[in-house]
Design a protein around this ligand. Structure first.
Ligand SMILES: [Zn+2]
Length: 273
């Protein structure tokens, strides 16, 4: 029997590992990959409701993440590091080393280290810090070491300094899959229908749920098209006339610290659907 390939998506918050990369993750899931999602923090700061306790929100966000994980066919783990206060510590590094060694992914995806949110930056730093150490036998010797470093890729963001995201891997995504990404986002009710609108678009919180979902879908499709437009030349070069068929796109940047990208990953990720 062929070995099942595995992807681990590591985010800072319980709605990061899935919503930044739902196209790629669902393509891999459909191709038989095992998908695992991880939030390093507990999500307990994602609200403006001062009467909501951190404990209540933690529980809510865990169950919302689990619902998204079910859609993606994989477990969504949420660690206990406090939201908004994640630090790059030795303890967090070793926690992550043990976690990754137990799952043994072929590919890891995460944030870039350039990001507005300290938790996002720190998750990215933690992943990069563990990359080589995963294979070092004397580090966390209680958990069997890996014999090779998994490939590591960063999902896209809009930050330009010190350098903008590089689209090393292009992932064509169908319209139906963008609708699926909207479904994933909608699992995170307390975020996408409430907290995300704070503080710049608070008027949207009172919108009927259907209107909020339609607005989200419109923004997702628009973003997918914008990515195609932005990568137009690259797509034409790579796919020739077939590039015309690409409706939406996700792009990923390769981390220099990761291992070799499996061919099977590129075959599935880069196929036009
Ligand atoms: Zn986040």
């Amino acid at each position: 029997m062929e070995k099942q390939l595995k992807i681990l998506s590591i985010g800072a918050h319980p709605d990061d590992a899935d919503t930044y990369s739902g196209g790629l993750l669902s393509k891999l899931r459909d191709a038989g990959w095992l998908v695992r999602l991880l939030s390093v923090t507990d999500g307990s700061a994602g609200t403006y409701h001062m009467d909501e306790s951190a404990e209540e929100l933690k529980l809510k966000r865990r169950s919302e993440a689990a619902a998204s994980g079910r859609l993606l066919g994989g477990r969504y783990d949420v660690l206990d590091y406090p939201d908004g206060r994640l630090e790059v510590t030795l303890a967090a590094r070793e926690h992550l080393i043990r976690y990754i060694r137990r799952f043994r992914p072929d590919v890891i995806i995460t944030n870039r280290p350039n990001d507005y949110h300290a938790d996002h930056r720190n998750v990215s730093l933690l992943v990069q810090d563990v990359s080589f150490l995963l294979t070092v036998p004397h580090i966390c010797a209680d958990t069997p070491y890996l014999t090779h470093t998994p490939a590591i890729l960063f999902w896209a963001d809009d930050f330009k300094k010190p350098y903008a995201h590089i689209a090393d891997v292009v992932v064509p995504v169908s319209d139906a899959r963008v609708d699926f990404k909207v479904k994933i986002a909608c699992c995170h009710e307390c975020q996408y229908f409430d907290w995300m609108h704070w503080p710049d678009h608070v008027e949207r919180i009172a919108w009927p749920r259907e209107k909020q979902i339609a607005d989200l879908a419109e923004r997702y499709h628009r973003a997918g098209r914008a990515q195609c437009e932005e990568q137009k030349e690259k797509l034409a070069e790579k796919y020739g006339a077939e590039a015309e068929k690409i409706r939406n796109l996700e792009t990923y940047e390769i981390s220099e610290y990761g291992g070799v990208i499996p061919e099977e990953f590129l075959r599935v990720a880069e196929c036009i659907e």
